[in-house]
Design a protein around this ligand. Structure first.
Ligand SMILES: Nc1nc2c(c(=O)[nH]1)N[C@H]1C(S)=C(S)[C@@H](COP(=O)(O)O)O[C@H]1N2
Ligand SMILES: [Mo]
Length: 417
């Protein structure tokens, strides 16, 4: 159905654009577009697509657009059913605009900062030829995923559940590159710089420059990656080079990677301080203004899960059992237990839970659920990590920017006689 719609839209669009090009006139939905000839070049009537435009080429047409300047798109849960997330289904979170000209042939990566032995610049070719290649499935989730449920609301992209995915990434270990360059014993943090363009258009301004403690940087799975699921990174995901730190706020996984700095203190680039990717050290009353010194940087993400099948609103006819499945992840930890409930948490049923493909990949789970009688149900899903922490049923820990909402995901199911 959806596909047909977008094809229809495409057809109307072509017809409309062809007609306006020829005669400066055009019709939409049977109506004359009165000032069609006055539309600025490159602008299309809103009626042709989503509120602010169509999903860009290369991304799945059913992604939900939260913003188009810059692009921010999330994935509906039922579209995350694949064990390995396809690139066209991975959420997009851009703070600025991707670089307009990308020259892969001449792309370089500089390793600098006060805690390197000496500054070194490597070409993309050097990276690909001097170091061993590794492929890992790594889950990345935006720190603000789930923000839309915060009350009082928090400013920022109103992510529902879809700012998460777990593709396979290929590249070199950050660790191997840092060892090749040589880092000093006083190194405590790394920071990244990318080549994206600040929304102001000011080329001197850095869009975002975050990082991770040196211990995380030196883990085996911490990659400088050029490929996703065996293909070049799409431009929106950082082509030709990015960092990937599985299990940590995805804001640490710098795209369009140009430079890595090794620091002798906590990295202090844009979006490392203030309320950015930081939460109160101790729980606060919703709506509290929290002092800067009372905030801490988000590190490993909390335990969480998604129901990816069936889609919410599923109807079960003349049947009382249904397979429910999805994925679960827990930052740097493993998920040890997965449960579902059809009685709003009064009782829980343990699910079958697979081991991750590798450390920091999400884990698949499934369960056969039986409904006692006809009626409306909700299936709630709850994961527990290897330290015994479980997902809360309600939104946890309000914080000024609405990070880390790992409340249980749930779907509606109608069971008919
Ligand atoms: N250079 C650069 N890197 C970036 C960003 C950005 O705006 N610029 N956004 C970060 C944030 S907040 C997230 S959640 C992830 C999103 O990665 P994705 O768009 O590939 O899913 O990229 C991170 N890396
Ligand atoms: Mo993010």
């Amino acid at each position: 159905m959806k596909k047909e719609n977008s094809e229809n839209k495409g057809f109307n669009r072509r017809k409309f654009l062809a007609a306006t090009a020829l005669s400066g006139a055009g019709t939409l939905m049977g109506l004359n577009v009165v000032f069609a000839n006055k539309l600025p070049k490159g602008t299309e009537p809103l009626a042709l697509g989503n509120f602010a435009g169509k999903v860009p080429e290369g991304k799945h047409p059913e992604l939900v657009i939260l913003n188009d300047r810059p692009w921010n798109m999330e994935t509906p849960p039922h579209l995350l059913d694949d064990k390995v997330t396809p690139a066209d289904l991975l959420f997009v979170r851009n703070n600025g605009h991707p670089p307009s000209k990308i020259d892969e042939e001449n792309w370089t990566l500089t390793i600098a900062g006060e805690s390197v032995e000496k500054e070194v610049t490597l070409s993309l070719k050097d990276l690909k030829t001097k170091f061993k290649h590794y492929t890992y499935q790594l889950t990345i989730e935006c720190g603000g995923n789930g923000r839309s449920e915060m009350n009082p609301p928090a400013k920022g992209n109103q992510w529902s559940t879809g700012a998460v995915g777990s593709p396979e990434w290929t590249g070199v270990r950050l660790k191997d590159v840092l060892e090749y360059v040589g880092i000093k014993s006083n190194a405590v943090y790394i920071g990244y710089y990318g080549k994206d363009v600040h929304l102001s258009g000011d080329s001197k301004k850095t869009v975002i420059s975050r990082g991770v403690p040196i211990q995380k940087a030196l883990e085996e799975e911490s990659l400088i990656a050029w490929a996703i699921n065996g293909q070049d990174l799409p431009v929106l995901h950082g082509y030709p080079l990015r960092l990937v730190f599985g299990g940590w706020p995805a804001s640490t996984s710098g795209k369009w990677l140009d430079k890595i700095v090794v620091r002798d203190k906590v990295h202090d680039g844009p979006k490392m301080g203030g309320d950015s990717y930081r939460v109160p050290r101790i729980p606060v009353e919703p709506g509290t203004v929290v002092k800067e010194e009372d905030m801490k940087i988000i590190e490993s993400m909390p335990v969480k899960s998604l129901i990816t099948y069936p889609k919410s609103g599923a109807v079960l006819k003349q049947k009382r059992t249904m397979e429910v499945r999805g994925h679960a992840w827990a930052g740097d930890l493993n998920v040890n237990k997965m449960e579902v409930s059809i009685d709003f948490g009064a009782t829980w049923q343990v699910c079958e839970l697979a081991q991750p493909k590798n450390r920091l990949a999400w884990q698949h789970w499934k369960a056969e659920v039986e409904f006692p009688e006809e009626g409306y149900y909700e299936v709630w899903a709850k994961a527990t990590d290897s330290e015994g922490k479980a997902q809360p049923m309600v939104v946890p820990g309000w914080n000024p920017k609405g990070y880390l909402n790992n409340a249980c995901h749930r779907i509606a199911v109608k069971v008919l006689a």
